[in-house]
Design a protein around this ligand. Structure first.
Ligand code: UT7
Length: 327
């Protein structure tokens, strides 16, 4: 019997046209281009307009991925949108995307795993397809984090940005996705969260007055966690696929902070020329960061057929995940 494996057929991405630089932020909060650049590596980010919701960004990225894959929307069996900024609490943003794509044969749901959302979705959908749940799927990571940022809080508003990335997955005999690793630690759930608007703290004048509908983060704690799990998740997925770090052509980590990437690179013995970085241009776009970077790497021909690509994510939950892909 032939092996049923999953491969990436096409990638796409979209970012809102509006660029907000560190100099722009200097006019809004007590910060400086120097602080943001040295502490994070970020120089600018994209910020959505009121009309650019998460599903709008997702749609543009999805259309490009489908076109690159030459897959018509009606061939999709499954659409998963990884996001922490859905258009609404329900229905799923994936259903809103389905409507615009006219992908009438697809089952649709959202997946929320913080900044690891895309890697989680990739892993879950790969297993769904291998098990025979369908033959073709669309996985999107899309965020409009600007809409849940407190623009008076310099500790968070300088870090995040908006964007979307998408991949179309299909069945092949030779595996593209070689292995994935997922993990979580709910003990760290309080380190990065958006406290109000759910069943624990429904929206009220008090929650609004206390800024509880915005991102809250214990930056230092998350930083230490990130460096630890990037290294661990990278080594574990390589071991699972019987590959070594030397064989990896391109390492695409979640783009949160250049210092986290440098630390992980040092511990993994990776030179920067094998690491894809675009955090300087987009900031941290959460679930969108890895598919956006993956798409740019493909467009820039940093990834070629036969290359080994390692994706690693980490974020709210706490969650982490890695995927090893033969291109
Ligand atoms: O994607 C989800 C995962 N999230 C992450 O990976 C984020 C992980 N954390 C980080 O990237 C870093 O912890 C931050 C970039 C958030 C912060 O960097 P840090 O080196 O850990 O700085 P800090 O929080 O220890 O703050 C140092 C100082 C503080 O002042 P004092 O108390 O030393 O006087 C802050 O008040 O920097 C101050 N500060 C700022 N100053 C200018 C904080 N934000 C700013 C700012 N501009 N925007």
């Amino acid at each position: 019997m032939k092996q049923r494996a999953v491969k990436i057929l096409g990638t796409g991405a979209f970012v809102p046209p509006r660029v907000v630089t560190n100099l722009d932020l200097e006019k809004m909060v007590e910060t400086s281009d120097d602080w943001i650049t040295t502490r994070t590596g970020i120089k600018e980010r994209r910020i959505a307009s009121p009309d650019e919701t998460t599903s709008v960004l997702a749609l543009a990225a999805a259309r490009e991925a489908l076109a690159k894959a030459s897959v018509p929307p009606e061939d999709l069996d499954l659409i998963v949108v990884a996001t922490v900024t859905p258009d609404m609490l329900f229905p799923a943003t994936a259903c809103l995307l389905q409507k615009e794509l006219h992908a009438r044969n697809a089952a649709c749901f959202d997946l929320e795993a913080g900044c690891t959302g895309f890697v989680y979705a990739l892993s879950v959908v790969e297993k769904y397809l291998v098990a025979g749940g369908g033959d073709t799927a669309l996985v999107v990571g899309a965020e409009t984090l600007s809409k849940i940022l407190n623009w008076n809080d310099r500790a968070t508003c300088v870090l995040f940005g908006d964007g979307a990335g998408a991949v179309v997955l299909g069945i092949d005999e030779k595996p593209g996705i070689l292995a994935t690793i997922l993990g979580s630690d709910g003990q760290g759930s309080h380190l990065l969260d958006l406290p109000a608007g759910g069943s624990r703290m429904p929206a009220s004048p008090e929650t609004l007055a206390q800024n509880l509908h915005f991102i809250h983060m214990a930056g230092n704690e998350v930083f230490k966690f990130a460096v630890r799990v990037i290294v661990d998740a990278s080594l574990r997925v390589l071991e699972k696929a019987h590959c070594t770090m030397e064989e990896v052509n391109l390492f695409i980590p979640h783009q949160a902070n250049i210092r986290i990437i440098h630390s992980a690179a040092k511990r993994l013995g990776l030179s920067m020329d094998r690491i894809f970085v675009n955090v300087n241009r987009y900031g941290n776009t959460s679930s969108a960061s890895i598919p956006l970077a993956l798409h740019e790497a493909v467009v820039q021909q940093r990834i070629r057929s036969g290359d080994l690509v390692l994706l690693v994510g980490f974020g709210a939950g706490l969650t982490w995940g890695s995927a090893l892909i033969r291109w």
